[in-house]
Design a protein around this ligand. Structure first.
Ligand SMILES: [Ca+2]
Length: 290
């Protein structure tokens, strides 16, 4: 079992930090809190067993269950498909995504163990076993969150949904208005740095509320960042990149800022294991949409 590590995601222009305690699950070390007026902008990466999580699907598609998946929305693109909400539309045909990213917004009760999103089992911290309130947003805010996450993954072969898929594997981000436990105070999201994406059904936590003053768009970047960690992405200090302080996955090599694991595809960046292209890594893992 890997040593636990955690990363702290700080607001823009501030550095997140990663530290790697050498002992087991507890206690956590307190994360530095850098911007008091901004709500939790800290991310923690525990490093014992867990799996992947998935992100959203299109808001309307997943909620209504009647419309096709997300990428047929544009009027001038390829022919629309009559796909199920958990399919992609690629070149006019319905295809199976490489990953399903489930954004859990309606509350959940989790247990601690070998991670399995389908069973609400998280392997992050024992303190994260319990009942978590819904995100609690109105329809518009909820749609903004989901649409933003979907846009952030739009070029990749994933489906993002806020409706729990009937079967796994899928990743799950628990977005909850419940504050984190005291040992995780100030944390924005918690995810396991799943180097090489060894875990297929990660569970991550995003501590966010529509009333926290941060905004659904920023919450979306936390959700996507947590999924990025669950798929093995490392952090950087980019102002643009979700794995830094931005709101999109950047398709360019950038120096990483944490030592959680080697870059999975260093060949994308001149065989430099300390460089990472966030979008390039994700594309290498799940593919780009056709
Ligand atoms: Ca994973």
């Amino acid at each position: 079992m890997a040593a636990r590590s955690r990363a702290i995601k700080a607001p823009a222009r501030y550095h997140h930090a990663v530290d790697r305690p050498t002992t087991g699950l507890l206690p956590l070390r307190r994360v530095a809190w850098l911007v008091p007026w901004l709500a939790a902008c800290v991310e923690i990466d525990p490093s014992y067993a867990d799996s992947s999580l998935t992100t959203t699907a299109s808001t309307t598609a997943s909620s209504s269950g009647t419309t096709a998946s997300s990428d047929d929305a544009s009027s001038s693109g390829p022919p629309a498909c009559d796909c199920t909400p958990l399919e992609l539309c690629e070149a006019g045909a319905c295809t199976q995504p490489a990953r399903v990213l489930y954004v859990s917004l309606d509350g959940v009760t989790t247990t601690f163990g070998n991670p399995d999103a389908t069973q609400d089992v998280q392997g992050l911290y024992m303190e994260l076993a319990g009942t978590w309130d819904p995100y609690g947003a109105d329809v518009t805010t909820r749609a903004l969150l989901l649409d933003t996450v979907q846009e952030q993954w739009a070029s990749l072969r994933v489906v993002v949904t806020d409706t729990r898929p009937p079967a796994g594997p899928y990743l799950m981000a628990v977005v909850t208005a419940t504050p984190p436990p005291a040992t995780l105070a100030g944390v924005a999201y918690v995810a396991y740095p799943d180097c090489g994406d060894a875990i297929p059904a990660d569970v991550t936590f995003v501590f966010a509320s529509p009333s926290d003053g941060v905004g659904a768009a920023q919450h979306a970047s936390w959700v996507s960042g947590s999924f990025g960690r669950a798929l093995g992405l490392r952090y950087n200090d980019s102002a643009d990149d979700i794995m830094g302080f931005g709101n999109r996955f950047v398709d360019a090599c950038q120096p990483t800022s944490d030592g959680s694991c080697a870059t999975a595809h260093p060949e994308l960046c001149g065989n430099d294991p300390m460089q990472q292209s966030s979008l390039g890594e994700l594309a290498a893992l799940v593919g780009r949409r056709g």
